[in-house]
Design a protein around this ligand. Sequence first.
Ligand code: FUC
Length: 762
Amino acid sequence: MKKIILGVWIGLNTAAAAFASDLVLWYDQPVGAAVSSLLTTNPGQPALGLGGGKPSSFISEALPIGNGRLGGLIAGGTAHERIVLNEDSLWTGDENPGGDYETMGAYQMLGELFVHLPGHEIVTDYRRDLDIGDALAHVRYSANGVNYSREYFCSHADGVLVVRLTADQPGSYSGSLEMKDSHGAPTVAAKNRLSAAGSLSNGLKYEAQLIAVHEGGSLAIHGSTLVFSNCNRLTLVVAAGTDYAMDPASHFRGADPHSRVLKQAERAASKKYDILKAAHQKDFHALFDRVSLDLGKSTAGQRSLPTDQRKRLAAATVDPQLEELLFQYGRYLLISCSRPGGLPANLQGLWNDSNRPPWHSDYHANINIQMNYWLAEPANLAECAEPLFDLVDSQLPAWRRATAAAKEFRTADGKQSRRGFAIRTSHNITGGMGWKWDNTANAWYGQHYWEHYAFSRDARFLARTAYPYLKETCEFWEDQLKTLPDGRLVVPNAWSPEHGPTEDGVSYSQEIVWDLFNNYVEAAEALGVDQSYREKIAAWRDRLATPGIGSWGQLLEWMTEKHDPKYPELDTPNDHHRHTSHLFAVHPGRQISMARTPELAAAARKTIAARGDTGDGREWSFAWRCAISARLQDGADAHRQLQQLFSDRNTCRNLFGLHPPMQIDGNFGATAGMCEMLLQSQDGEIHLLPALPAAWPAGRVTGLRARGNFIVDLEWNGGRLVSAAIQSPEKNACRVRYGDQRLDLKIKSGGTVHLNGNLQSD
Ligand code: FUC
């Protein structure tokens, strides 16, 4: 039996063996327990995290729930539960055309909810978990002979965060509820509710409301807290909002949040808990259940370990069910932080426990936000990508103004650029931008617009949303590209992100503009519009300088190989930089492929091998490398890169990507990389199991999407395809590939074609 006394853990855990469900993150300690334990036993010594030897942080341990807009991070404390509350539009800053990182503002923490339960200091059989297959978090323990249980979720259906406290004996709940605003607004208690309302320095108004519904016992106000005595059960409902509106015409301000928040809280509090839970389940399952993955069974030993201990071992020994969990965690997190009508996932999704988060928890446009959305299309969560398009579209007027005013974008004749817009490396949600121009980020965002169409074939989206964006961005690049004496076109003053000198024709920028032009041409063809402009852009695409191959067989990151005394390792086999920007053309781009450009593909492989496992790589680096190796059809390396993500350097105990203290792009990138290992469709054919690693000898996946509006199910055994089912909601045709076999298929509207491992129809 395991016992906690004031955060000190003693004894053995009997609960562990029972907790082996496949899609559950679970722990036998509350957040911070290891730290408190060390502080208690070694007063005066620095706090150490569980075995990692590094200080622990709340955000790396707490369990995340969210409804796309509102989020909670759950500590799972027994005598003192702490839930950090987030609302994704709570941002300081404004439109700042000067591009000053400090005045750009930062994503803020909303507040904290505390449940104080005196007498729950000494507990046994403790467990906290997050069931990502059901979007429910739990805390369970026994104290004073009572079995206590809590369930938590954040409902998109009702717009609220819900906590339900139950016990197996009546009258067992006595304690208090406290809500703390992160910006000093007072909490007001009235009847059965707590509320806090305030405004930020930029005038953004916000409000949070908690309503407590108690069953049995009593509830009373004490100062700014609610005190409950001898209750059987409690249901807590939290609603929150701001007056942010994703609308430049109203300067990003909408209605005062008060009445909306009040209504949401009251409506939810008037419903029975089971009704709230059922609505949440229905909404969540409609998205989550579209894809299932089975990579084989983990050992009983692996399955018996709490997630934090288990994941560390998985860096060295294959743990198929934990890999499956990581895959589905990316999908769970995207569903929980990016829903139509809301804001896109920022650097931390929407989970933030600080008012000065790293990198302002902003939208970083040189890899990070793009990586957040790589999984959306293939992992069958396309609607979760809509917030990205909505936000970007809403920022365009401000970005156009900032670009027109910038000296960096003067046209060749010395005049200001009048067409299009550029984006800096970081931006906020109100037209403001931060650090350094990332010239080709506009074109990279364009890839997402194109891919949303390429997967769905939604002609309306293409015509109304994607095409105008792509065309305007082409016009920007028409004005900006520079012609070399030999006629090749180059992006001037380009930067391979965060690595080495700025100069013309950097591979990263060349490849991204190539991708834009290529996507534009296909978009114009699909719509049958702008023939002469389409032909011009196709010709310009073919004149863009392409990346070269260097002295040790690597893909060149700059037009010429660097021998720079300032950066002696630059462009050498010892260059272990975290960015692999010049491999954009392999993934997520499609300019380099094994079939069409085998020499460049081989050079890309050299580069990725040299980047290495240690050095400067961060969580997102390994996710990106996993996807790149998958595109290079190297399943073994793709899997090796994936495994790096389980190391203590790259993943937190709650499986959030670890870029101190946390960053979410690695989570989304890992899911996307695994999709690439199982199915690809960027080259005009549906390629089944293109990078299956030996580590996954047998398995099954259902519900992955392929470009062209197809859904694909696959089963394999002994490392070989056993069966495939390809379905399309429309009358459709495709070429299917497995290994070197190819088959042209026609599918009836709403039909499914079943194939065996030799690509023969059943
Ligand atoms: C990129 C990376 C950093 C970090 C930051 C948010 O610029 O180079 O490692 O992930 O984004």
